[in-house]
Ligand binder design. Structure first.
Ligand code: FPP
Ligand code: MG
Length: 306
């Protein structure tokens, strides 16, 4: 069976909210199926608690959308899309731990360690990270092995010390410091958030058979939306409520984290985010009408309220 979302090929009546809801349901079902509860149940339940606990599913959706954009199918990219959500979820479980941000609310629910204890939460994160790579390797179909190898290599780099881990280390290091340069802040965010978002877009493209030039354009798009996404996150931390966010609001201020609004003010931060979104959309020019979903997702990043 060839799954397709194909909405970007039928411009009439395209509605991003409908498209996102459709993809979310697809990802939700695939994640549920990917991780059944087996012995020892406790760890699988803890992994499932966070993995299936809601969320926008933006990362897997970006992967599926990009794969289709360059001519691949949803079916080819679905295991990688699920793996990306597993990795994102594990990073949030660990980020919420007392040793890191010490948070008690995530995606509108109690954080993993609050429910299962710190020991199990650490292991649930570890389990999800390892399983993500296993899932890609064992479940991907109809994708050339060289492409899959590149996906695994890129993903490993995006989550390790050259990506998420490196960004998180700097984020923790600079907590409470007032004199942080914009370059340092960029480093933190391009690594902590940007690297995985870039992997989502680019890996979807690679699975779908993107040419090197297409990968270059997709990388430019992803890097720009990645930074815009983080600037908006910083703004929302200041302006949105705990109920809407589904996580603690005002946390950056409380933890004395350096943020874009703190460096630039809210209005300038909004302007910078908009510039990045404009640049992201420009990078898609050569794809023409087919890129309309990625264009709409870029716009959604600055207009979202959670
Ligand atoms: C949320 O940021 C946290 C992240 C985006 C990533 C954190 C990364 C780690 C804990 C490293 C994980 C380890 C591996 C191997 C991938 P935030 O605290 O600014 O946002 P929040 O308000 O949503 O908590
Ligand atoms: Mg946090």
């Amino acid at each position: 069976m060839v799954l397709t979302n194909n909405i970007q090929l039928s411009p009439a009546g395209f509605d991003l909210a409908t498209y996102l809801a459709h993809c979310q349901a697809q990802v939700e079902a695939a994640l549920d199926q990917a991780l059944p509860v087996v012995y020892p149940e406790k760890i699988y339940e803890a992994m499932r608690y966070s993995l299936l606990g809601g969320g926008k599913r933006l990362r897997p959706i970006l992967c599926l959308t990009t794969c289709e954009l360059v001519g691949g199918t949803v079916e080819m990219a679905l295991p990688t899309a699920c793996a990306l959500e597993m990795i994102h979820t594990m990073s949030l479980i660990h980020d919420d731990l007392p040793a890191m941000d010490n948070d008690d609310l995530r995606r509108g629910k109690m954080t993993n360690h609050k429910v299962y204890g710190e020991d199990i939460a650490i292991l649930a994160g570890d389990g999800l990270l390892a399983y993500a790579f296993e899932h890609i390797a064992t479940q991907t179909r109809n994708c050339p092995p060289e492409a899959l190898l590149e996906v695994v290599a890129r993903l490993g780099r995006a989550v390790g010390a050259a990506g998420l881990v490196g960004g998180q280390v700097m984020d923790l290091d600079f907590e409470g410091q007032t004199n942080v340069s914009v370059e340092t802040l960029h480093f933190i965010h391009t690594h902590k958030t940007g690297a995985l978002l870039e992997a989502c877009v680019v890996c979807g493209g690679i699975i779908g058979g993107a040419t090197p030039l297409q990968v270059q354009y997709l990388t430019q798009y992803a890097q720009n939306i990645g930074l815009a996404f983080q600037i908006v996150d910083d703004i929302l931390d200041l302006t949105a409520t705990r109920e809407v966010l589904g996580k603690t609001a005002g946390k950056d201020l409380q933890a004395q984290k350096i943020t874009y609004p703190r460096l630039w003010g809210i209005e300038e931060s909004r302007r910078q985010a908009q510039n990045l979104v404009d640049e992201a959309k420009e990078a898609l020019m050569s794809f023409g009408e087919r890129a309309k979903v990625l264009v709409a997702i870029a716009d959604y990043i600055t207009t979202r309220n959670y």
